[in-house]
Design a protein around this ligand. Structure first.
Ligand SMILES: Cc1ncc(COP(=O)(O)O)c(C=O)c1O
Length: 413
């Protein structure tokens, strides 16, 4: 048995893992052309112009048809997707167990109540039974997030939503190019949101997001909500038609986005090769495996979620991860982003000191809801993440596998 690097042995990976190289000369050339035109004509590039319209067309085409609205962050993409539903305040919206704050906070920003569904303990994602347990007569929508790029089991969620007449919003911030039963995630629910900040599979520069739907009515309501209630898709109106803020993207970011979209299939394919390679190699490892995924789904691997099996190990997950990191592997020990554990939710700090929306007398549900999340906690405790990207090739995949095997061999019972 090889000496672990953590105890002074040789490291599996002695050189840094490659950087993403997400932005290239193609984006630079496209942006330069935009600048050249602005300088030549004297007209500054703006927003909702030809470049943004093109990006929206490109994005809709990537989704196999439908309507895309480019906005300025993934959080605002979810905000506008929810805005498109035009929910009454104090409606309950079921939200994911483990997600970014931007995957929950938009719910309170439209005056609605986030209700946390627990996870399938094998994943960071929710599942239909957990959602069903949270439905009340006040529920109007369900937000699901495909965390790490692993698909939520959508069919039972859609069936549940149909039964209770609820909207389903897919948060695809981490899931550009994930497939579920042959369908692209983001095209299954009624409406979806994507983050295009620079850490995601494809980007629009530093920040950005997209709202996507196949439903024209939802699209136009979302666009109105994303741009101060301008009467998009309406005629005969008198000024702006609803109160909203300005969440627009812009032509500069969209120019980058269109180039990036051409790279997205390659990015997904290369990440998938790494993820699937590690998955196959770890299939019979009793200590650690790539996390369980919904059958007939295909992760886009925003990161590589690894599951440990405590009964098969002589150490805690944290020690295992420390040993793996010492081998040169980029490890995140915990992804416990359980938003109902966060101060803002516990202290109900949204609108000054009022405790709104929960404390408003118009809300008839629990004033200080507490959510038991045993499965989400279990998932957080038994999973860790390995950072991967599309620059990784066969050597990087092999190094990850070798390090996992080396460390698990040492700590196996
Ligand atoms: C699942 C999820 N939802 C929403 C967001 C928010 O996106 P943004 O950072 O672009 O606002 C993120 C960000 O990583 C996310 O991972």
């Amino acid at each position: 048995m090889a000496d672990l690097a953590i105890f002074g042995g040789p490291k599996v990976r002695t050189t840094p893992f490659p950087a993403r190289a997400l932005i290239g000369v193609e984006e630079k050339a496209a942006v330069e052309a935009l600048f050249d035109k602005a300088i030549e004509t004297g007209n500054a590039f703006g927003y909702n112009g030809p470049a943004e319209q093109q990006y929206e067309k490109d994005f809709a085409a990537y989704c196999g048809g439908g309507f895309a609205d480019a906005v300025n962050s993934g959080s605002n993409a979810l905000f506008c997707a929810l805005g498109a539903l035009d929910l009454d305040p104090f409606s309950e919206v079921i939200v994911p167990p483990i997600t970014d704050p931007g995957g929950v906070m938009p719910v309170v920003m439209i005056g609605c109540i986030p209700v946390f569904a627990d996870a399938d303990p094998r994943t960071y994602n929710t599942y239909a039974d957990a959602v069903a347990a949270r439905i009340t007569e006040r529920t109007r929508a369900i937000v699901v997030a495909h965390i790490s790029g692993d698909a939520v089991d959508m069919d039972p969620i859609m069936a549940l939503a149909a039964k209770h007449n609820l909207y389903v919003v897919e948060d695809c911030a981490q899931a550009h190019g994930t497939y579920y039963k042959g369908r692209l995630c983001g095209t299954i629910g009624h409406i979806s949101s994507f983050s295009t900040m620079f850490g995601k599979h494809h980007c629009t520069g530093g920040q950005g997001g997209v709202v996507f739907t196949k439903d024209e009515k939802l699209h136009f309501e979302g666009r109105r909500f994303a741009d101060r209630g301008k009467p998009f898709g309406l005629t005969g109106t008198n000024g702006n038609v609803r109160g909203a803020i300005n969440c627009n993207l812009n032509d500069l970011s969209a120019t980058i986005g269109s180039v990036q979209l051409t790279k997205l299939p390659g990015i997904v394919a290369r990440r998938r090769a790494v993820g699937e390679g590690v998955k196959a190699a770890m299939a019979n490892n009793p200590v650690v495996k790539v996390g369980w995924q919904v059958p007939d789904s295909s992760s886009c691997y925003w990161f590589l979620r690894m599951t440990v099996y405590p009964d098969a190990m002589k150490c805690e997950k944290a020690e295992f991860c420390k040993a793996l990191a010492a081998e040169g592997i980029p490890v995140t020990v915990s992804y416990r982003h359980i938003q109902c554990e966060a101060d803002w939710f516990i202290n109900q700090h949204v609108f000054g000191k009022t405790g709104y929306p929960w404390q408003c007398s118009d809300y008839k549900g629990p004033k200080h809801p507490k959510y038991d999340m045993p499965n989400a906690i279990f998932a957080a405790n038994t999973n860790f993440n390995i950072a991967i990207n599309e620059s990784y090739g066969e050597q990087e995949t092999k190094d990850i596998i070798d390090a996992l095997n080396k460390v698990s061999e040492y700590y196996a019972k």
